[in-house]
Design a binder for this molecule. Sequence first.
Ligand code: FBP
Length: 261
Amino acid sequence: MLPIDDSPLCRDGKALILAYDHGLEHGPVDFGDLPESADPERTFEAATHPAVTSVAVQKGIAEAYYPSYEDDVNLLLKLNGTSNLWMGEPDSAVNCTVDYAAELGASSVGFTVYGGSNNEIEMVEEFRDAQEAARDHDMPVVMWSYPRGQGLKNDTSDTTIAYAARLALELGADIAKVKYPGSKAGMEQAVQMAGPTKVVMSGGSKTSDREFLQSVKAVMDAGGKGLAVGRNVWQREDPEALLDSLEKVIFEEASVDAALE
Ligand code: FBP
């Protein structure tokens, strides 16, 4: 297995994953305020920014757009996903194999696990197959570790996010992508629970530049290893400007004020 730090998913041991699977997960609503954001090419262009260590997309987007970007962008193939049209208990259909992800040129794979869902057992079994196949291909595995389901009252409490991070370690993910628990202290718990599994923050809905960078800074100060972000980058008129700031906070350890200059 290639050490994750030597894989294209990381730069200096950290990751900035540009997520663009929202057309499946949320549908056209996420593109409503900025219609040009519906064009995957715009996100692939943003992913050529040196701060971006990989772009995370579903199979169909990879098939259609990645061939034009394979020299400039690292591909993280998301292996499962669900549409917002699904009204059942949280679940995510596996729609791509690791073998096919490798054929498409992916250097890493992503997989959602909804711990706490009534579908957790099946999802973890599916994750097992993906994780072991990824090991055969020397591909790092990123777990979108999102506890949710009918029994979970608060899916971003410190203890829930720490559990999400631990679940990723226990099941063999290289990176745990978790929701921001709202504080540096909450993130520290998650990082501690994850051991050698790197913890990155999941972006969330669009906020101001300063507010977003402050949460990213708190994550980095807590020992987090970066970010997997979608809307906060490509819902902006100028994604590159925010990526410039993120590069400073994540890779250059700059303060938020310095990153905004
Ligand atoms: P954002 O930065 O836009 O939140 O994207 C991260 C992400 O995990 C996407 O990969 C995914 O489509 C979306 O969030 C799912 O969010 P949720 O399940 O919370 O609606």
